[in-house]
Design a protein around this ligand. Structure first.
Ligand SMILES: [Zn+2]
Ligand SMILES: [Zn+2]
Length: 292
């Protein structure tokens, strides 16, 4: 198995320089969980380099406590240096650790060319794309009364519709290689009347764009209590020939590759026998059927 979604810093923690030792610890933990290759994929918004081109993104929304919180959160979290991060990941790779260099990139509506321009000089192997916000709301914050109230006022069908549209636009942008946690919108278990209608649209967007989808054990740690994507969506992806990675979305050492090996059965039930891996943002294939 592979773990293609790993963070170095928990949310709220900042100003920690990444080191090869930290990556070596991640590799050891991943190996113990049956994982053979890792992608390091910190959030783009954690890096100072993103503030200039994208830091004013939330200004497009009407002035509100939500919008201002999002902007403040960004400024508090954007202290890391992208060059240092990439250098350490490249050095770990050169030292023979089974890691590839990646990033988790948010969907910035209308700004994905700005993202591509910002990242084009860097030697990334893989870029994950994520929809974490509906308009200016970070809907995936679990246990936050502010967000719970938002779900009630915004409406579940409208939230799923806007999430699904954003995911499709992200897939089509060509700026990223993998759709991270494709049905993240379900994280707090707010389900629409017929989720399959939205899952069908998500699967069609992945098929039509040729993008890879992530299968993530992180959903088991959330209120929804099932992996991303849902069984129905994963089967649909397989039917449509959408290739997949596996991932834990760990934010600390103890979570690295947690329950990733359990995804093997989940994948085979949906008909998958191989995973996609990446080098220099081009896709390769790793056969998993029968792997020990
Ligand atoms: Zn994410
Ligand atoms: Zn993540």
């Amino acid at each position: 198995m592979i773990d293609y979604h790993l963070h170095l810093w928990p949310h709220g923690q900042r100003d920690i320089d990444p080191t090869i030792e930290q990556l070596a610890e991640y590799v050891d933990k991943a190996k113990a969980e049956g994982v053979v290759e890792l992608a390091i994929t910190e959030h783009l918004f954690r890096f100072g380099q993103a503030v200039g081109p994208l830091g004013r993104y939330f200004r497009r929304f009407p002035d509100s406590p939500m919008r201002n919180l999002m902007e403040d959160y960004w400024y508090e979290h954007s202290r890391a240096d992208l060059d240092a991060y990439v250098e350490v990941a490249v050095a770990a790779k050169k030292a023979g650790l089974p890691v590839v260099v990646g990033l988790e990139v948010d969907y910035y509506q209308g700004e994905m060319d700005t993202v591509a321009e910002l990242l084009k000089g860097y030697p990334f192997d893989v870029l994950l794309g994520s929809v974490h916000w509906i308009d200016d709301c970070p809907f995936d914050h679990v246990g936050d009364p502010f967000i719970e109230a938002w779900w009630d006022s915004y409406g579940v069908e409208r939230a799923w519709d806007n999430y699904t549209r954003a995911l499709g636009e992200l897939a089509n942008s060509g700026a990223v290689d993998v759709l991270a946690h494709p049905d993240l919108v379900k994280v707090t278990s707010h389900f629409p009347r017929v989720p399959e209608e939205y899952y069908d649209r998500m699967a069609e967007a992945a098929r039509d764009s040729g993008i890879v989808a992530e299968v993530s054990s992180a959903g088991w740690r959330k209120p929804v209590g099932e992996p991303y994507p849902a069984p129905y969506l994963l089967k649909k992806f397989n039917q449509y020939g959408v290739e997949v990675t596996t991932a834990s979305d760990a934010h600390r050492l103890g979570e690295v590759s947690m329950r990733v090996s359990e995804l093997r059965g989940y994948l085979s039930e949906a008909g998958y026998t191989s995973l996609a891996t990446f080098r220099d943002r081009s896709k390769r294939r790793l056969v998993i059927a029968g792997e020990g």
